[in-house]
Design a binder for this molecule. Structure first.
Ligand code: PLP
Length: 480
């Protein structure tokens, strides 16, 4: 493809994307295909000779789209949102076009510096303490973009692990590091995202998963008891992962109470995972949820969930970047440069070496919407969730299963789990809506998340009509 073909096909592609997004509601939200459908449609070998662009594009509609779950669809209410917006898509295109690999400042200075600046903008906008910002005088903190929240938590855990091993090694210089590692134990609540468990597996550390309280929050008293008990059994607490906005029900840990407990155990690292909810703290009226953040060592939130930015864009801030980098520095000659002492080299802040120019997305989004536009977007989603909550509360056949703070409403039909499983599977199979379940204390419920960027009140009314129609059918046939 030469430059003029690129210009021509590129314009066509923009038209295609715009048409896709503007008319997405005409498609079925979930695909109606069986596993392996694509294998039957594509050749077994890569083409030996070049193919025509037109033929490739034809296959998008005929072969790929039938197997796409449309996350931007107004009837998609599953998981958490997959952020999207035109400015973000364009910035991603630009990043791909520039095609730089920003692993160090020297490898592409703008890539590094924009990331630092935009993370400071965002950190300030959501109200992080100044110690987390790079621009604060004599700051040891700062922000970085990672690929996912799972990776943010992993990196925080690796930093905490390195700190703990260093401390233990000073106390027990003759004990092997592997033995010291076997003593480390981290903590989270059962409501924490499963990535915490996976990260502990990768880090080869023990993790104690604590039962949450009745609000689905990590109970600070239980945490203290567990840490004391483990210490008295010769283990070494080193890491606590708390959550603001849990995946199942968008519940909030009380990080002030947890932070106070963690303070009693010097050297323990407190991480706050706010993958979805953290974006909402851009609204002043929601900042109260961050109370206690001053106790945290690290914090993450994903604009690619709830801030109009395409995947991947997972923001992480640390109070002390040297604790992070000391766990991850490997420094071969070919990656060094003359400004290493005075600049940030993000390759030391995470697992991969190569990094894309991801900060462009967040920069474009902040500039095109402004903080006020982003606040309006978040408030609109919360307002729609509150409308859905009112519908649930107004129908005595249903019960509400969470405290609705942001865009997630959890509900169930009064009755058995089986009844609710049937309700959800009937709705999902119809392709009229898409939602996913969760459970707490072995109680099954359905999650309804406001997801689409331009969701409207009538989308919420439509969804409630679909849910209640299916519910009536199920209840009627149960009676019959
Ligand atoms: N933490 C929370 C609270 C989440 O809700 C999720 C995903 O929804 C994650 C972590 C994992 O996010 P990621 O897919 O970015 O790894």
């Amino acid at each position: 493809m030469n430059g003029s073909e690129f210009k021509c096909y590129g314009k066509e592609m923009i038209d295609y994307i715009e048409g896709y997004l503007e008319n997405i509601g005409e498609r079925r939200v979930t695909p109606n295909i069986e596993p392996g459908y694509l294998k039957k449609l594509l050749p077994e070998e890569a083409p030996l000779h070049p193919e025509k662009w037109e033929d490739i594009m034809k296959d998008i509609e005929t072969k790929i789209m039938p197997g796409v779950t449309h996350w931007q669809h107004p009837r998609f209410h599953a998981y958490f949102p997959s952020g999207n917006s035109y400015p973000s898509i364009l910035a991603d295109m630009l990043g791909a076009g520039i095609g730089c690999i920003g692993f160090s400042w020297a490898a592409s200075p703008a890539c590094t510096e924009l990331e630092t600046i935009v993370l400071d903008w965002f950190g300030k906008a959501i109200g992080l303490p100044t110690q987390f910002l790079s621009s604060t005088e004599n700051s040891r903190g700062g922000g970085v973009l990672q690929t996912s929240a799972s990776e943010c938590i992993l990196v925080a855990m690796l930093a905490a692990r390195a700190q703990a091993i260093k401390r233990l090694k000073q106390q027990h210089p003759h004990v092997e590091e592997g033995v010291l590692l076997s003593k480390l134990i981290g903590y989270c609540s059962r409501e924490a995202h499963s990535s915490v468990e996976k990260d502990a597996m990768i880090s080869f550390v023990k993790l104690r998963i604590l039962e949450p309280d009745d609000n689905a929050s990590l109970d600070a008293k239980n945490l203290r008891l567990a840490m004391e008990e483990d210490e008295s059994n010769g283990l070494v607490p080193f890491f606590v992962s708390s959550t603001l906005g849990t995946t199942s029900s968008c519940s909030f840990d009380n990080i002030k109470e947890i932070g106070e407990v963690v303070q009693e155990f010097p050297g323990v690292w407190l991480h706050v995972d706010a993958a979805y909810a953290g974006n909402a703290f851009i609204c002043p009226e929601l900042k109260y949820l961050l109370e206690g953040i001053e106790y945290a060592d690290s914090f993450n939130t994903n604009p690619n969930k709830f801030l109009l930015t395409n995947f991947d864009c997972s923001c992480m801030w640390v109070r002390d970047r040297y604790k992070l980098t000391s766990a991850l520095v490997v420094d071969p000659l070919y990656l060094q440069h003359g400004y290493s002492d005075s600049t940030i080299d993000y390759r030391h802040w995470g697992v991969p070496l190569s990094r894309r120019f991801r900060s462009l997305k967040l920069w474009f989004v902040f500039r095109c919407y402004g903080v006020s536009g982003l606040q309006a977007y978040i408030r609109h989603h919360i307002k729609l969730a509150k409308i859905f909550e009112t519908f649930v509360k107004g129908d005595s056949r249903f019960e509400l299963c969470n405290k609705v703070v942001l865009g997630l409403v959890c509900f169930r039909l009064r009755g058995s789990d089986k009844l609710n499983e049937k309700l959800l599977s009937n709705i999902n199979e119809s392709g009229k809506l898409h939602m996913v379940p969760a459970s707490q204390k072995e109680r099954y419920f359905i999650r309804f998340c406001v997801v689409a960027q331009h969701a409207t009140e009538s989308d919420i009314e439509y969804a409630w009509k679909v849910i209640t129609d299916f519910a009536s059918d199920i209840l009627d046939s149960a009676k019959a």
